[in-house]
Design a binder for this molecule. Structure first.
Ligand code: NAD
Length: 360
């Protein structure tokens, strides 16, 4: 039976890379029934919002979605569609595999890391008080009353919170991912030496969940030390589980280790639904030029195939793309040295090349 999947093409380069991705996923032989849902700037005029309810309903119904990037207009009053989707669907785990592919220019070889970032808590939860407001003054005086610490006048305040429930579920997600995908080690990233309660709780929860997975090695590393170690010896690490803020920074560092945005996939996963999407944005300057690299969204499609249990198709598609990247003949501009970019293929021609390889 065909898998029903919500496909959100997005805007900017999203339309082109989503079409290329749909074609290669169909060419794996796995049957999909695509429920195409437009969202983003293009639907605002007609529907009054970049994220109509029908999009959320479709994802809830199908439980699996793949999405192209969506532009976040600056200063329009609309919230980010991406943040809204994460909140509405409680997509608490952001999963970003970072692996070096032969043929991609990178300073490193043999990097194979997976960053599991908590997506809903921490400093990024959006609880902030602007300086010189009544609310901030009340918060500051309450904090002084309760803790004895004085916040300087004219301060803005952001609240960091980390919960037992949030920490346990992200830790369990990381260990389950490691277990199902044959990974050997999970490392918790924190700053519990300084933030003894908040990060201390995160670490305590990770340690406690680690006890349920004796076959997987567990260690913990302070975030600043982890950044240095990742730059010096990334091969020491495997799955990294991080609270929200550190996860954001660590995952971009890891994307940099493996050669950048054009091939970096991601997923946002909740208890009920999973949403797969490339890490990069809508690159508006390349819209409609058949120029953008579709591989980051295609690798997100590989993650989706694995999530659906279609391991063989996932491996085949992954291998076909890895071969094409390694050969370097049928790739977009961003995977070529600057002096060779005039021989780059377009977005849809890269899809054609991958489909030929899948059928060979
Ligand atoms: P971006 O990732 O869109 O582009 C940065 C640069 O990276 C581009 O100019 C281009 O040179 C390169 N690039 C990105 N994707 C590429 C691809 N597939 N192939 C080849 N080159 C590629 O980041 P930005 O310019 O900061 O953001 C543009 C818009 O995208 C913003 O509105 C932002 O809010 C949005 N955005 C959306 C998402 C999402 O939907 N998940 C994520 C990030 C940014």
């Amino acid at each position: 039976m065909a898998y029903k999947v919500t496909l959100i093409p997005g805007d900017g380069i999203g339309t082109e890379i989503a079409e290329a991705t749909r074609r290669v996923l169909d060419a794996t032989g796995v049957e999909f029934e695509w429920d195409v849902q437009q969202a983003g700037a293009g639907v605002v005029k007609q529907e009054g919002t970049p994220l109509p309810d029908r999009v959320i309903e479709s994802i809830r119904r199908n439980k699996v979605a793949i999405k192209g990037p969506i532009t976040t207009p600056v200063g329009s009053g609309f919230r980010s569609v991406n943040v809204a989707l994460r909140k509405e669907l409680d997509l608490y785990a952001n999963l970003r595999p970072c692996r070096t592919y032969k043929g991609v220019q990178s300073r490193y070889e043999n990097v194979d890391l997976v960053v599991v970032r908590e997506n809903t808590e921490d400093l990024y939860s959006g609880i902030e008080f602007d300086h010189d407001t009544d609310e901030e003054r009340q918060i500051a005086s309450e904090i002084e009353r309760l803790s004895g610490s004085r916040i300087p006048d004219h301060s803005s305040v952001a609240i960091k919170f980390i919960s037992v429930g949030g920490s346990e579920r992200i830790a369990r997600f990381a260990f389950e991912y490691a277990h199902r995908n044959g990974r050997r080690k999970v490392s918790a990233v924190h700053k519990a030496n300084i933030m003894k309660y908040a990060d201390g709780l995160f670490l305590e929860c990770c340690r406690s969940v680690a006890g349920d997975y004796p076959e997987i090695e567990f260690n913990d590393v302070i975030v600043d030390n982890m950044m240095m170690q990742l730059v010096q010896k990334p091969e020491l690490y495997d799955v990294l589980v991080c609270p929200n803020l550190y996860g954001d920074i660590v995952s971009d560092l890891c994307a940099g280790l493996v050669g950048g945005l054009g091939i970096a996939p991601g997923a946002n996963i909740g208890a009920e639904v999973a949403l797969f999407e490339p890490i990069h944005g809508s690159a508006p300057k390349y819209t409609g030029q058949n120029k953008a690299n579709p591989m980051a969204m295609m690798f997100s499609g590989v993650m989706m195939l694995r999530h659906l249990g279609e391991m063989e198709a996932a491996e085949r598609l992954d291998r076909a793309m890895a071969e094409i990247i390694a050969e370097g003949r049928e790739v977009t501009y961003d995977l070529l040295p600057i002096d060779q970019r005039d021989r780059a293929l377009g977005t849809s021609q890269v899809a054609d090349a991958i489909i030929r390889r899948l059928r060979a």
